[in-house]
Design a protein around this ligand. Structure first.
Ligand SMILES: Nc1ncnc2c1ncn2[C@@H]1O[C@H](COP(=O)(O)OP(=O)(O)OP(=O)(O)O)[C@@H](O)[C@H]1O
Ligand SMILES: [Mg+2]
Length: 273
């Protein structure tokens, strides 16, 4: 499989993005000036230890930290942090977050099909309930779930199936850019590989651009075209994933890598296709 072109147009450019939380007189610099380009159709992995600012950066990129984020986040050339209401509404359809815990982010009292139908109606993708239900079934099939799953409640689905519904819900707005924050860390290893393969397929067949946040370097090796390593709110190293993983320049990246016993062989075991 070939990686998406490294010279496709830049979809998102982060320039000196900072996130500073102020709460009860305390000031936390969660992100300390991160700059990178993400090209269309590629998957950027963001790794770093717990508390290094990965989720804060992700929220800032989606315009979800209006009080804490500064810098520039250019999406198709327009700054997410300062865009007007109309531009923001369009951006919200195109850029979506996928969370780690699908049970926590799905409404327990809503059937899978209805959860998708609601999003389709809210975003104006469907005009009638009936149209929304039809489209919901199509989106379920895109993520590998047949029509039998539409009437199921979240507790009637496995963790992997819930994450599929969650992905469908993010995609059905017409999203082309997804940020997945630890999307598989709550799942069994065998299920992880299937969800990651689905994400890879969506990248390949639908041209979805991803940011994938995680701790697991074997996952990053399998998924990421580019990699950004964070430490204490800053970016210590970034570049093509193969270069960062196999010829890391920064001592912190080397430390991260040395904590994974054998990246290539653990990979081939887990992601053999
Ligand atoms: N809403 C908030 N208010 C105040 N401080 C916050 C908030 N969210 C995160 N922080 C702090 O910002 C820093 C970065 O947190 P963040 O959640 O972005 O890290 P992370 O890399 O996503 O960690 P993890 O791998 O554990 O998810 C931490 O010190 C955290 O305590
Ligand atoms: Mg996080």
């Amino acid at each position: 499989m070939t990686a998406p072109a490294a010279d496709s147009p830049v979809l998102l450019r982060a320039e000196d993005v900072r996130v500073v939380y102020r709460r009860a007189g305390r000031r936390t610099e969660a992100v300390k000036g991160v700059t990178f380009d993400l090209r269309e159709g590629r998957c950027l992995g963001i790794v770093g230890e717990s508390g290094s600012g990965k989720s804060s950066l992700a929220r800032a990129l989606l315009g979800l930290e209006p009080d804490a984020a500064t810098g520039r986040v250019l999406f198709r050339g327009r700054d997410v942090l300062t865009m007007d209401r109309d531009a923001r509404a369009a951006f919200r359809r195109e850029a979506q977050m996928v969370f780690q815990d699908p049970l926590g982010s799905l409404n327990p009292r809503m059937r899978a099909g209805d959860a998708l139908a609601e999003v389709l109606l809210v975003h104006g993708r469907a005009r009638t309930r009936r149209e929304a239900a039809e489209q919901a079934s199509e989106w379920l099939s895109v993520v590998g779930l047949d029509a039998d799953y539409a009437p199921r409640y979240p507790h009637e689905l496995s963790g992997g199936q819930r994450q599929r519904v969650n992905l469908a819900r993010s995609l059905c707005t017409g999203a082309t850019f997804l940020i997945a924050d630890e999307p598989v860390s709550a799942l069994d290893v065998s299920v992880q590989a299937r969800i990651l393969n689905l994400m890879k397929d969506l990248q390949r067949t639908r041209g979805i651009t991803w940011i994938l946040i995680g701790h697991d370097l074997a996952v990053m090796r399998a998924m990421a075209d580019d990699l950004l390593v964070m430490q204490s709110g800053g970016c210590v190293e970034s570049g093509p994933a193969s270069a960062v993983l196999f010829a890391p320049r920064h001592p912190y990246t080397r430390t991260l890598l040395s904590s994974v016993p054998d990246v290539p062989s653990s990979l081939s075991r887990r992601f053999a296709t």
